[in-house]
Design a protein around this ligand. Structure first.
Ligand code: DON
Length: 346
């Protein structure tokens, strides 16, 4: 059953109510010590913004017309620390579709409701080395995939514990909103555009179901996955979501434990190996941070235990990764020397 606008309204209200209870949660009386790099944060954000704001390389995603309508010159860069401090430059409050940046957060929900072992057994955690929507990759989906490519992300949605589509969507939306610390909207035009042209993803969902690697009705999983990709976020929201991972699964704004701290490292491992699709090797070689990109132009990277760096800019490279966002985040990681392998990329 397609979600009607009445159900969507009800769900929005449910999300808002649940988030109000997060907002009412008591704040810690004493927060964590400030990050030793605190004094550098605004400078590196400003410098990365200034360096790349006039870069015109790449182009907006155009597999659905609506994404070509996002003004291409928008650009925002933000650091959000594990204690919720925000250092921003540019268009960090512009709301765009989250797209694939949603994928690790639904994987986190599967880990939370079930376990990392279930995620590994029922989806897989191997990088594919292929594009996010590769049809050539279908042959390997039968045996191995990960929750950050479309096949694994649709499977992750199907693993969310729910008996109705409404319940499945409600859990997915509440979870992503809890990571962001505010009720996130669905960009209905993006959803309509994606769902009416979701032939490739429908094929993937049906094949996975045929192979016993999809765990709900395929069309239901497809709709909820597509709606998840159509959630609206800002770069600031992505920063808070990443900061929640940096903060052991506790949202620094609401103090809500959104996922168990003990599962964060496993999620970051998947982001490190597959967050940039077929550019993941290059990304880890040069920026060395677990991260996730989306064709809406957003990227979030996590400095484990410390802070997140997020950026938004609609123009993408051939692999579907935002050109200005990835350059800005990579520069900041290098400038601060926070690569997870101890590297200080040039
Ligand atoms: O399902 C899709 O193909 C899109 N809704 C999302 C793809 C995406 O964001 C890939 N990321 N770089």
């Amino acid at each position: 059953m397609i979600l009607t606008s009445r159900i969507a309204e009800t769900l929005t209200a449910v999300v808002a109510t649940a988030l109000l209870s997060f907002a009412a949660a008591p704040a810690h009386s004493r927060g964590p010590a400030p990050d030793p790099l605190t004094k550098e944060f605004q400078r590196v954000v400003d410098e990365a913004y200034a360096k790349y704001k006039d870069l015109k390389d790449g182009k907006n995603a155009d597999y659905i017309p609506i994404l070509t309508e996002t003004p291409s010159d928008l650009f925002g860069v933000v650091i959000v620390t594990k204690d919720g401090k925000v250092y921003a430059a540019g268009d960090v409050d512009y709301v765009f579709s989250i797209q694939s940046v949603s994928k690790p957060f639904t994987a986190a929900l599967v880990m939370t409701e079930q376990s990392p072992a279930v995620l590994k057994e029922k989806i897989g955690v191997e990088p594919t080395g292929m594009a996010f929507n590769s049809k050539l990759a279908l042959s390997i989906y039968e045996n191995s995939v990960n929750p950050l490519v479309n096949a694994g992300a649709i499977a992750a949605v199907s693993l969310v514990q729910a008996t109705t589509e409404e319940e499945r969507w409600n859990k997915v939306a509440l979870n992503i909103s809890a990571f962001a610390g505010r009720p996130l909207p669905v960009l209905e035009k993006v959803y309509e555009s994606e769902y009416s042209t979701a032939f490739g993803n429908r094929g993937i969902a049906n094949l996975l179901y045929n192979w016993g690697r999809l765990y709900s009705d395929p069309e239901e999983a497809l709709r909820v996955y597509t709606r998840q990709c159509s959630i609206g976020v800002s770069a600031r929201d992505l920063g808070v979501m990443g900061a929640t991972l940096a903060n052991g699964g506790v949202n620094p704004l609401t103090q809500k434990q959104v996922m168990p701290a003990k599962h964060v490292p496993e999620l970051l491992a998947v982001m490190a190996t597959a967050g940039f699709y077929d550019e993941s090797g290059d990304w880890m070689y040069t920026a060395a941070l677990p991260a996730k990109t989306g064709v809406g132009g957003g990227i979030v990277a996590v400095v484990p235990g410390r802070f997140a760096i997020a950026a938004f800019s609609p123009r993408l490279n051939e692999a579907g990764n935002s050109v200005r966002s990835l350059n800005a985040i990579r520069d900041i990681a290098g400038e601060l020397g926070v690569g997870v392998f101890g590297a200080n990329p040039d």
